[in-house]
Design a protein around this ligand. Structure first.
Ligand SMILES: Cc1cc2nc3c(=O)[nH]c(=O)nc-3n(C[C@H](O)[C@H](O)[C@H](O)COP(=O)(O)OP(=O)(O)OC[C@H]3O[C@@H](n4cnc5c(N)ncnc54)[C@H](O)[C@@H]3O)c2cc1C
Length: 388
């Protein structure tokens, strides 16, 4: 008999959510991560309302002040132009991944997952359902959930490479001095700070997380963009610049192979407009555990991948719809129309906030944006023609 029903690789949000849900469903779980926790993870740490709902569902977790700072104010810019600000939007929460991920891991371990953190994967044997770790005995499983991040060694072993260079995103981030934020201090978003991407400044108590990200292929000079952005924000001395890939709109159509299910970044599940990935990671991790439970109960591990593929379809559909909207927001040609519409429409700005809070989905947002665009385009053209 295998050692475990499930071996879960990666103890970030996707892996810990998979472990938590699997334990709730009564499966035996080994949770493996090369890192010892707490560990560094490059991330803005913005937790949306959508993500908060998954945290409550899967971890029974509330938004508490020990892990989160809540903000309700936003300001938007395009290059040097202010596109306006919004107050009293649905709450968004800022966290530090060092603490957040450690907290999730502790919950998964308390729920009974066997702790294999501090263990790097050395080799996979997908035929024998076994993985070799750098130290200790090999682990055998009935199903493997790979939540091992954007550079997923599992996806590389299964498919030859973890992602495509054409579609991958890349982001740079620094921690700047904290501006001692109050609840009224806004979160700042700068469209066009990077090409096909944006910049952000997230004010936290201990530091201000400043970053920018976009399509990697469109940004050969990301470091220069960051230097310009930091100058614009008048940021003082910052910690070291760090970079990381992030999936940006090209999820795997079949998230796995054989007895292996890919979750979170390993499956490419990040919103290609907002860059939000934590919520999708938690959701997909839990869905992978649920598919595993049904398949194992029905006595056929081969059933897990089709069940999981079908359960995650709405996430991929949402990402596909975001990709349709993306050129309106990020392409140099359409951006002036979008900026003008966005600057003049409080409703549209609020719609974007409702998307983040989980109260609106992309089809509605796409429709509402497009409906506004032709009018904005006409206004823009007529102003240009009259020299205003
Ligand atoms: C700069 C930046 C800013 C971001 N900001 C936000 C944000 O504000 N809000 C948001 O929602 N999303 C944000 N994201 C996206 C978000 O960070 C990811 O989508 C999220 O972390 C995915 O979770 P995950 O569990 O799939 O992977 P990860 O959190 O990357 O976890 C993967 C785990 O696998 C482990 N692992 C990897 N290889 C091995 C191996 N060989 N052996 C054992 N273990 C291994 C790693 O140690 C890691 O702990 C940002 C991303 C970047 C790059």
């Amino acid at each position: 008999m295998p050692d475990f029903d499930l071996v879960i690789l990666g103890a970030g949000p996707a892996g810990t959510a998979a472990a938590m849900q699997a334990r709730t469903l009564g499966l035996s779980v080994a949770l493996v991560d090369k890192a010892l926790f707490p560990r560094q993870k490059l991330c803005g740490g913005l937790v949306t309302g959508r993500c908060a709902a998954h945290l409550a569902d899967i971890f029974g977790m509330q938004i508490t002040t020990d892990l989160f700072e809540t903000r309700r104010n936003f300001e938007f810019y395009l290059k040097d132009q202010s596109l306006g600000n919004l107050q009293d939007v649905p709450p968004l929460h800022l966290t530090i991944r060092w603490d957040f991920d450690h907290h999730l891991l502790k919950q998964a371990l308390a729920a009974g997952a066997a702790d294999f953190t501090g263990h790097r994967i050395e080799a996979f044997d997908f035929k024998e359902n076994t993985i070799d770790l750098a130290k200790g005995e090999p682990l055998t499983y009935r199903l493997l959930i790979a939540a091992d991040g954007v550079q997923s060694p599992t996806a590389k072993a299964l498919f030859g490479k973890p992602f495509s260079q054409d579609t991958i995103g890349f982001a740079l981030e620094v921690e700047g001095p904290s501006q001692a934020p109050t609840e009224a201090t806004p979160i700042r978003i700068d469209f066009a700070a990077a090409d096909w991407g944006y910049g952000w400044s997230f004010p936290k108590k201990s530091s201000t997380t400043i970053g920018l990200g976009g399509l990697h292929a469109q940004n050969p000079d990301m470091k220069l963009h960051l230097a310009t952005y930091l100058d614009k924000l008048g940021t003082g001395k910052t910690a070291k610049v760090k970079g990381h890939f992030l999936p940006f709109g090209a999820p795997r159509p079949i998230p796995g192979k054989g007895n292996v299910l890919l979750a979170g970044d390993a499956a490419g599940l990040v919103d290609p407009i907002t860059g939000e990935g934590i919520g999708y990671a938690i959701h997909s991790g839990a869905l992978a555990a649920e598919a595993a439970k049904i398949a194992l109960d029905q006595g056929g591990t081969h059933r897990a991948l089709p069940l999981y593929t079908s359960a995650t379809k709405p996430i991929r559909r949402s990402i596909a719809q975001a990709r349709l909207l993306r050129p309106l927001i990020f392409s140099a040609r359409l951006q002036p129309f979008f900026a003008r519409t966005f600057a003049t429409s409080t409703t549209l700005k609020r719609d974007y906030m409702h998307l983040l809070s989980g109260e609106m989905e992309y089809p509605a947002l796409l429709r509402r944006t497009v409906l506004r665009l032709p009018r904005a385009a006409l206004r823009y053209l007529s102003a240009a023609a009259s020299g205003n």
